[in-house]
Design a protein around this ligand. Structure first.
Ligand code: NG6
Ligand code: CA
Length: 509
């Protein structure tokens, strides 16, 4: 944090509001929308090089905004990336922040400062729509049939409409604010991740009832013809229809924007696309030629288009900073026989990068990242090093909010890079997938350690190696040549820095 900077921006805001309240509103309090895709790879959209399919809406945002080539989520799976983005703390500092089951209790404790809290302090209305996957309820999990506490509303959001965990986990219901949507109290929801409960059919016992079969795992309770992780019964009137999830949550996002068009708002819109089970609406089914995975990318692109169209329609474009990014890298077969492998053709979900979801290689965490704010962010391409963990602090600076000492211990102010004014960005960056990697000056060091090299079912190179690895990302973005032996000095510098960051328990001062 640079106190001088804050002083300057406060002064600027004060001066602006003295001279013109209208201009000052658009300058100091733009609406912020983060569209957070699920499992979308660096090479999955056409503006990042995909040739087999076209994503016109994401491309439009990239043309009108800044396209980052070195932007990262913190981890190669969903829960820890989301945790870090929302809290500004590396998930790997805390136990229990790995991929959560569907009935997990909340891992962000009520009252904690999050990105949403920062916006609330700045007078924004805040909303979380879409995938949550950060747990709900106190220890023991949420009360699905009553008031759901320890959720988004307890950590800074004014409104939420969420998928509690992921689409492949029970319970297959939406939660709006503190209640399951459309729940009939005479048909209560029961959930178990330990053993089968009730008499609902499972994928394992009744595969003949399935419209999509699992390839690994996902053989428990069948909902909407798809077997999931976990067992449930009840809540029939509340069950979602997978084909309609994108429509439902996109509609909620659009109406959140409409309702709040006259005041500053922050919208965290976390899509279910393109996570498994990939069950796009019939109007996208078969359209990509790549099966449901490709069709889900088209559906995601449609959702992005709906958001941009809404901003245009309501004349909010110049006053809205829109970010499009993903929670982790791509996976092709993630547990359902959806023809993703067979129909992949020449498509490279991670583009030129090695690895994917679950990986320490770049494919795990380097993600698409587009920042669009017409009139404020000059369109173009930025190679600045950017991490989603910095959004919290950067937005605190943007909106003139001061962080308390213990808030967001790993979130830096990287606003200038986000706005395209700083071409360099972060000094160093950490990636996480079980172990850690650190990038500095284009060198990437991967901690050594035991572990599987290729995941059995998803067929992804994890990056695990008992030997230290060092790659030169500027000449070798595909991480092919391990230069650790040639550059022991760099290995030792990066090991030292990484250990210091770990031991300090925080990295922001
Ligand atoms: C894995 C699931 C996978 C996916 C992942 C979480 C199996 C066999 N695999 O355990 O399908 O749900 O967890 O993905 O169950 S994430 O994007 O939410 O992190
Ligand atoms: Ca994910």
């Amino acid at each position: 944090m640079q106190p001088q900077l804050i002083l300057k921006s406060t002064l600027a805001i004060a001066t602006a509001s003295l001279t013109s309240p209208l201009i000052s509103k658009s300058v100091e309090k733009p609406n912020i929308i983060i569209i957070y895709a699920d499992d979308l790879g660096y090479g999955d959209v056409s503006c990042y090089g995909a040739k087999s399919l076209s994503t016109p809406n994401i491309d439009r945002a990239a043309q009108q905004g800044l396209k980052f080539t070195n932007a990262y989520c913190t981890s190669s799976t969903s829960t820890p990336s989301r945790y870090s983005l929302l809290t500004g703390e590396y998930a790997w500092r805390r136990k229990g922040t790995g991929v959560l089951p569907g009935d997990a209790s909340a891992i962000i404790e009520p009252g904690r400062t999050t990105i949403a809290t920062i916006f609330k302090r700045a007078g924004y209305t805040t909303g979380a729509i879409g995938k949550w996957h950060l747990g709900l309820g106190p220890e023991g999990g949420p009360d699905w049939n009553g008031e759901i506490t320890h959720g988004p509303l307890d950590i800074g959001f004014d409104y939420c409409f969420i998928i509690p965990a992921t689409g492949d986990r029970v319970p297959c219901v939406f939660v709006e604010n503190r209640k399951v949507v459309n729940l009939d109290p005479s048909d209560p929801i029961k959930v178990s991740f330990k053993e089968k409960i009730g008499d609902w059919p499972t994928g394992k016992e009744n595969p003949e009832l399935l419209k999509m079969h699992p390839s690994h795992g996902h053989d428990m309770t069948i909902v909407n013809g798809i077997s999931r992780i976990g067992y449930m019964t009840g809540g029939r009137s509340a069950l979602w229809v997978d084909e309609n999830i994108a429509d439902t949550i996109t509609k909620k996002a659009v109406s959140f924007i409409e309702k709040n068009k006259d005041n500053p708002f922050f919208l965290y819109f976390a899509t279910h696309d393109i996570h498994v089970p990939r069950v796009p609406h019939p109007r996208f089914a078969g359209k990509s030629g790549m099966g449901p995975r490709g069709d889900a990318i088209l559906e995601f692109d449609w959702s992005v288009g709906e958001i941009i169209n809404t901003l245009e329609r309501l004349n909010l474009e110049k006053n809205t900073l829109l970010i499009i990014t993903s929670d982790n890298g791509p996976v092709v077969d993630d547990g359902y026989k959806d023809m993703a492998v067979e129909l992949l053709g020449n498509h490279k979900p991670a583009g030129p990068l090695r690895g994917g979801k679950y990986s320490l290689f770049e494919g795990g965490t380097r993600v698409i990242f587009i920042a669009r704010w017409p009139g404020k962010i000059k369109p173009g391409i930025s190679n600045a090093l950017l991490s989603q963990i910095d959004l919290l602090n950067s937005f605190a600076v943007l909106t003139g909010q001061k962080l308390d000492e213990n808030d967001a211990p790993d979130s830096f102010n990287n606003l200038d890079a986000l706005l395209g004014k700083d071409k360099k960005g972060r000094e160093w960056l950490i990636e996480h997938s079980g172990r850690l990697t650190i990038i500095k000056d284009n060198w990437k060091y991967i901690e050594p350690g035991p572990g599987i090299k290729i995941t059995a079912n998803t067929n992804i190179e994890t990056g695990n190696d008992p030997l230290p690895q060092l790659y030169n990302l500027s000449t070798d973005p595909g991480e092919k040549n391990n230069l650790a032996n040639q550059h022991p000095d760099i290995v030792s510098e990066l090991t030292g820095l990484l250990n210091k960051i770990k031991e300090q328990g925080r990295s922001r001062y």
